[in-house]
Structures are given as C-alpha cells and as structure tokens.
Write a protein that binds this ligand. Sequence first.
Ligand SMILES: C[S@@+](CC[C@H](N)C(=O)[O-])C[C@H]1O[C@@H](n2cnc3c(N)ncnc32)[C@H](O)[C@@H]1O
Length: 232
Amino acid sequence: MDHTAYDAHAEHFDLLIAGMWRALTPSLTAELRGLDPQQGPAVDVGAGTGRGTELLARLNPGVEVLAVEPSPALRTALFTRIGADPDLARRVTVLPGTATGSVLPDRVCAVLLANAVSELSPADRRELWRSAARRLAPGAPLVVNLGVPGGVPDTPVRIGGREYRNTGAVLPGEPGRVHWRITTEVREAGTVVQRRTAEHVSWEVTLPQLCQELTRAGLRPRRAGVVVVATR
Ligand SMILES: C[S@@+](CC[C@H](N)C(=O)[O-])C[C@H]1O[C@@H](n2cnc3c(N)ncnc32)[C@H](O)[C@@H]1O
C-alpha cells in the first residue's frame, strides 16, 4: 500500500472522523465488551488515530491491544493518544505495518477493522479473513463495518474560532474501485479560509460480498447493528 495515502488527511483526520465514531460506537460497544484476556490480545487493524484501539482497551480493562497502522502520519496521532494515557501506554502495542504484513500472535481475543475494509484489496481481505479465522479463539469476534470517510458529509467540528468540515464525492473510475475526492474546508465567521482537496482510491465492498468472503474463510458472519461480526 501507499503509506502516504493519508498524509493529506492526517491533520484533521481525528477531528473529522468523530461523527462516524458516534454512529459506530454503540454497535462496537455491544460486540467488543467482555473479551477474554486469557485468549490473547485484541487487534485493531488500520487503527488510524486510535479511536477503536482506545475503545477496545476501555471496554476490556485486562486486555492488551495491538494497533496495526501503516500510515506514519496517522501513527503520530495514535502515539499521542496512547502516550497521553498511562493505562493505554501499558496495554497497547503499535505495529507499524499493514493488515497482511504484520506478525500477529497465534491466538487473539478479537479483531477490529473499523472504517478500513475498503482500504484492502480483495487478495488482502482474503488473507486477513484467513489469518483471523486461524487466530481467533472460539467465540471471539472479528468486527468489521462497511462505512468509509467521505461516504457521508462529516459533521462540522468547531475548534476555537474555526469550523472544520469534510465532504466527499465519488468520481468515475475503474470497476471495483471507488475514487473519492475529499474536500476539507475550514471556515471562520462563515467564510472559507482554507480549502484542501485530496483524492483517495479505495475498493468497493458490498455487504453480501463481505459475508461471502468471511464464510469462505471458515467464519460465521452475522449483522449486529451497523457492523458485521464473524466468529469461528
Ligand atoms: C479511514 S481510516 C480508519 C482509521 C480508524 N480505524 C478509524 O476508524 O478511526 C483507514 C485506515 O486504514 C489504514 N490502512 C490502509 N491500508 C491498510 C492496510 N493494507 N493494512 C492495514 N491498514 C491499512 C489507513 O492507514 C487508515 O488508518
């Protein structure tokens, strides 16, 4: 993967993904609570700035978390979040790699892939599902959602005297790929003072396709609120 793909978004990424996390958190909380630390660490794949990593750790005080994140720019915010909290700093290990290029333990108590499935090619997804199916303890969840940033206009976020907002538009592109143009606008007193546009190409993944892929990997998927949960 291109490890610079998130550079243009990194500055405002954590602010502007807050709205997606408000929508995602109730389902994740229901599915990721009560993990068994005896079954190994939980893995947050494509951890970004660490919102899912922190949720996994907060919901499960005895569990260690592996945060897999390939983008150095997003890892800056990830390390800041973890380093600012002694409990997270003790329990979270950051793996600076990709979903399929990171060495994971033989047993894990959960795998989370939040807002990131469309970053993975079909071959990478197949490899990740197979890896999860081998490693997940019986009953332990793989939790995935299909949402992507840019898919819905982000809620504007106010920081001091300025307001920050992302909007996404899909451009025509290759079949099976989704070509996003994501525009970040900064307003002050209603006037745009900064506008930055970045393009991002992700993969198209539908719910039936995701469920079929998980089933082929030997997992049993089910819908749970806005996420898909798969177990062995
Ligand atoms: C939209 S962000 C979501 C970040 C975070 N999970 C969240 O929801 O706040 C997608 C993430 O997937 C990561 N990513 C992209 N390709 C990846 C790969 N091959 N393996 C693991 N993560 C990847 C990106 O660097 C980015 O952090």
